[in-house]
Design a protein around this ligand. Sequence first.
Ligand code: PEP
Length: 256
Amino acid sequence: MARKPFICGNWKMNTTVREGATLAVDVARLCARHRSVEVAAAPPFTHLEAVGKRLEDGPVQLAAQNVHFEAKGAFTGEVSAPMLKSLGVKHVIVGHSERRQFFGETDETVNRRVQAILGEGLSAIACVGETLDEREAGTTLEVVERQVRGALAGVGTDQAGAITIAYEPVWAIGTGRTATPEQAQDVHAAIRGLLAEIWDRPTAEDCRIQYGGSMKPENAAELLSKPDVDGGLIGGAALDAESFAAIVAAAAESVA
Ligand code: PEP
């Protein structure tokens, strides 16, 4: 089965609600003709309702940037999977390197979040990726394997359809420095091999692996032309509707 490309915008902690609503309208309009691509946008929690309304019944799905692993209770400041679902969220990003770096996210807490997401019938975008030191030390695949195995602990083949892996080399996020298409392909192929070990080969072949790290209109086509690069998790370029739509167009082109 050919994998449908999946492009998700990660707005991070940017835009006011009003700006986000405008961005959502523009993204939905500009992406409408690329039906061969699955497209999502992950605004801040505070924007989910307003952005969700603008995206309703359109081609762009609503995503969230994080989730707590408990469903409810005394967890001040946190947001749960049932809450996200009640707002129409379909996908949740987990284990982003900024969460790992600044908010104490570990492979174990990523896995608990993945379980909470799957338990609500939502889909998870699990981020993995090495730091520059790890790449230079030659431990990229070791690090990525640990993170993938950690995120997917206890996730069976019957749940694999709700999983997307986002390979995001930390040194490429927000730096303007992109992995070469060959670097991305090497790691994506290794991740797919690992998924075949964790699940089985057909299930691994169906699982989408996004690339993230300074993907932009200028480099998207080349990255997306690689056989195991099935889409992108887009930070900076997702804040500009035209740039984001150009990446979606490149993804559509990659399967035309
Ligand atoms: C990200 O934060 O997931 C990301 C890939 O950011 P950027 O595109 O800005 O590098």
